[in-house]
Ligand binder design. Structure first.
Ligand SMILES: NC(=O)c1ccc[n+]([C@@H]2O[C@H](COP(=O)([O-])OP(=O)(O)OC[C@H]3O[C@@H](n4cnc5c(N)ncnc54)[C@H](OP(=O)(O)O)[C@@H]3O)[C@@H](O)[C@H]2O)c1
Length: 529
C-alpha cells in the first residue's frame, strides 16, 4: 500500500487548527536502523519514533530493529533507547506508553564484512513479520558514517533484502547527509545505491525539509493570492538567506575539518531553501511535481566558474571571542582541529538566477559558526517605492538607505528560533505632521496555533513509511546543488588563503569583513537577524 489510510483528526482546542490536521497512518512495517548505537539514533531518531507512537501515528505492529556491529540483546537495546528518549525526547516517557513502544523494539547483530553477515537480521525480520504482521515491509535507515553507506546497500542487495514483498508492499532506504563530498563522489554513491535500489526506493533526508516553517514556505507562497504576484524581480530587490549558529564545532572538530560550512550547510539546507523560495508553483503537491519545480530552479542558477569563485563567494574562519558573555576559543584551538587549518567555518555567496522570475534579483546566502546568535531566516527585501510624496529622501532602488528615506518593505520568514513571519511596512506616526516610520506585522507559530510543532524527524520518518517523498531530495536535486558547490570548492582549492589570513572573524561577530564587502559592492547590506 503506497499511501495509508486517514484517521479522524483529534479534537483541537484551537479553532485555527480545526479541520486542518489530516493524520495519516502507514501500513505496518519494520524500521531497521543501521548505526543503532550512534548519536543520531539516540538524539533524534528514537525520540521521534517514540513521539509518533505516543501520538498514535505509527501503524499497529510497527517495529524498530537496531542493526549494529556489536553483540547486544533486545532488553539491553530497549534500556538504552529508553534512556535516550528520557534525555532527548520532546514528550515525557511514561511506563505505559514506553511498554507499548518497547514491545516493538528488537536488536540484531550484523557483520558488514561478511557477505552472509546480515543473516541474523533477516531472521529477526522474519520473526517480526510473523509475530507483528509487518508483512515484509521495510524501511532501512542508514544512520552511519558516509564511508559505510555503499557497503550496507550492497550487503542488503546481495542478501536479497531490497525487493518489496509484493506489489502493494515496500522496501525503502533512508540515507543521511552528507550525500557525497562533491559532484563526483555523490554521483558515484548514486551509482552504488542504484545497483540495489530503484530511485523510487531511495529517500535522501535533509532534516530542514521536515521543519514546519520550511514547509510553510509552500503554504505561504501557494495558498495566498496576495504574495505570489509580487514574488519576482519586478518587486523584489534581493533575497537574503541566513543560517547562523552561535555554537562552535562542539567536539566534532575531526568531522568539520573534512566538511566545512559549504558542504555542511550550503550544499543541502541552504540550497533547499533557495529552491523553495525561488521555484514556480507546482501544479499539484505530488512528490515528482514538486521536485521537478525545485530542480528547474536549481538548474537556472548561474554556474559559478572556479576562476570567479573568489569574486562571488567569501569563506571565513572564527578566532577566539565572546558569545553571551562567555569567552570561547578559536576554531584552530578546538579539539581535533589543526592549528594551521584553512577550513571555512563561514561562507557567504551571491547567486544569480537566470530565469524570467529572478533575472537581476540576486540571492545572498550566508552561514557560519560562532556568530552572535542562532538564527535561520529568509529575508525578502522588496524594492523601494518609486516616488515619495512626503518630501523625504529616497535612496535609489539598489542604494544604501539614507537618512529620512522610506525603508523598503521586508518580509522575513523565521525558520528558527521564534518561528514565524514578519512583514515590515511603513505607517504614519501619530501627530500633526506627516511623518513615516516602519512598523512590523508579526505572525508567531507558537502563539497562533497554540501547539508545539513536531520534530522534523517525526514528519520525515512518517512520510517515508507512507511512501511520500515530497520532502526528500531527489538524485537530480542533490546533483544540481553539488554542481554549484563543487565549482566553488574547486575555485577555493586553486586559491587557498595563506595560514596568516585566517582566522578572519572574531567569535561573536557577524563574519569576516569580506562578507560585508560582498553586499556593499552592490549597494546593499546584510540584515541583523
Ligand atoms: N549526529 C547528528 O546530529 C547528525 C546530523 C545530521 C546528519 N548526521 C549523519 O547521520 C549519520 C550518523 O551520524 P552519527 O552522528 O550517529 O554517527 P556516529 O555516531 O559516528 O556513528 C553511528 C553508528 O554507525 C555505525 N558505524 C560506524 N562506522 C560504520 C561503518 N563503516 N559501517 C557501518 N556502520 C558503521 C556505528 O554503529 P554500530 O557500532 O552500532 O554498528 C556507529 O555508532 C552520519 O552520516 C552523519 O553524517 C548526523
Amino acid at each position: 500500500m503506497e499511501l495509508g489510510t486517514r484517521a479522524p483528526a483529534q479534537a483541537q482546542a484551537n479553532p485555527l487548527r480545526e479541520g486542518l490536521r489530516l493524520e495519516r497512518t502507514p501500513a505496518p512495517c519494520a524500521l531497521v536502523i543501521f548505526g543503532a548505537s550512534g548519536d543520531l539514533t539516540r538524539r533524534k531518531l528514537v525520540p521521534a519514533l517514540y513521539a509518533l507512537s505516543v501520538q498514535g501515528l505509527l501503524p499497529a505492529g510497527f517495529t524498530v530493529v537496531g542493526a549494529a556491529r556489536s553483540e547486544g540483546t533486545d532488553e539491553g537495546f530497549r534500556a538504552s533507547l529508553r534512556q535516550a528518549v528520557e534525555r532527548h525526547g520532546r514528550l515525557p516517557v511514561t511506563d505505559l506508553q514506553w511498554a507499548s513502544f518497547a514491545e516493538g523494539v528488537r536488536y540484531a547483530r550484523v557483520d558488514l564484512d561478511d557477505p552472509e553477515g546480515l543473516a541474523p537480521l533477516r531472521t529477526v525480520l522474519e520473526e517480526v513479520d510473523l509475530e507483528r504482521g509487518t508483512a515484509g515491509n521495510r524501511v532501512y535507515y542508514l544512520s552511519i558514517p558516509p564511508s559505510g553507506i555503499a557497503n550496507v546497500a550492497r550487503r542488503l542487495g546481495e542478501a536479497g533484502m531490497t525487493t518489496p514483498p509484493a506489489q502493494s508492499g515496500f522496501v525503502r532506504l533512508i540515507v543521511e547527509k552528507p550525500f557525497g563530498r562533491d559532484l563526483t563522489t555523490s554521483r558515484a554513491l548514486d551509482e552504488d545505491l542504484h545497483r540495489h535500489f530503484d530511485e523510487s526506493q531511495i529517500y535522501r533526508i535533509d532534516h530542514y525539509l521536515g521543519k514546519e516553517t520550511v514547509q510553510n514556505l509552500h503554504g505561504f507562497r501557494f495558498a495566498n493570492g496576495i504574495f505570489e504576484p509580487v514574488w519576482s524581480r519586478q518587486y523584489i530587490d534581493h533575497v537574503q538567506i541566513t543560517v547562523a549558529e552561535s555554537i562552535g564545532v562542539e567536539g566534532r572538530g575531526g568531522y568539520y575539518e573534512e566538511s566545512g560550512a559549504l558542504r555542511d550547510i550550503v550544499q543541502n539546507h541552504i540550497m533547499q531553501l533557495v529552491a523553495l523560495v525561488g521555484m514556480e508553483a507546482p501544479a499539484d503537491f505530488s512528490p515528482e511535481t514538486v521536485r521537478d519545480e525545485k530542480v528547474k530552479l536549481l538548474r537556472a542558477i548561474r554556474p559559478i566558474h572556479p576562476d570567479d569563485a573568489l569574486d562571488t563567494t567569501v569563506r571565513g574562519q572564527y578566532g577566539a571571542g565572546w558569545i553571551d558573555g562567555e569567552q570561547v576559543p578559536g576554531y584552530r584551538e578546538e579539539p581535533g582541529v589543526s592549528d594551521a587549518s584553512l577550513r571555512e567555518t563561514f561562507v557567504a555567496l551571491k547567486l544569480d538566477i537566470d530565469n524570467w522570475r529572478w533575472a537581476g534579483t540576486p540571492f545572498y546566502l550566508r552561514t557560519g559558526k560562532r556568530l552572535p546568535r542562532r538564527a535561520t531566516e529568509v529575508a525578502i527585501q522588496f524594492r523601494r517605492v518609486p516616488h515619495s510624496p512626503f518630501g523625504g529622501q529616497l535612496a535609489s532602488p539598489a542604494g544604501a538607505p539614507v537618512a529620512g528615506a522610506i525603508d523598503p518593505n521586508l518580509l522575513v520568514v523565521r525558520i528558527q528560533p521564534d518561528e514565524g513571519i514578519t512583514l515590515r511596512f511603513n505607517a504614519k506616526v501619530p501627530g500633526q505632521a506627516m511623518r513615516i516610520r516602519t512598523v512590523n506585522m508579526d505572525f508567531l507559530y507558537g502563539s497562533s496555533f497554540l501547539t508545539e510543532s513536531p520534530e522534523a524527524y517525526e514528519r520525515l520518518l512518517l512520510d517515508c513509511m507512507l511512501g511520500d517523498a515530497t520532502l526528500f531530495a531527489r538524485e537530480d536535486e542533490v546533483e544540481e546543488a553539488w554542481r554549484l558547490c563543487t565549482a566553488v570548492l574547486d575555485g577555493w582549492r586553486a586559491h587557498p588563503p595563506s595560514v596568516d589570513e585566517l582566522p578572519d572573524y572574531e567569535a561573536g561577530t557577524w563574519g569576516p569583513k569580506a562578507a560585508h564587502d560582498l553586499l556593499a559592492r552592490d549597494g546593499r547590506s546584510w540584515r541583523r537577524p
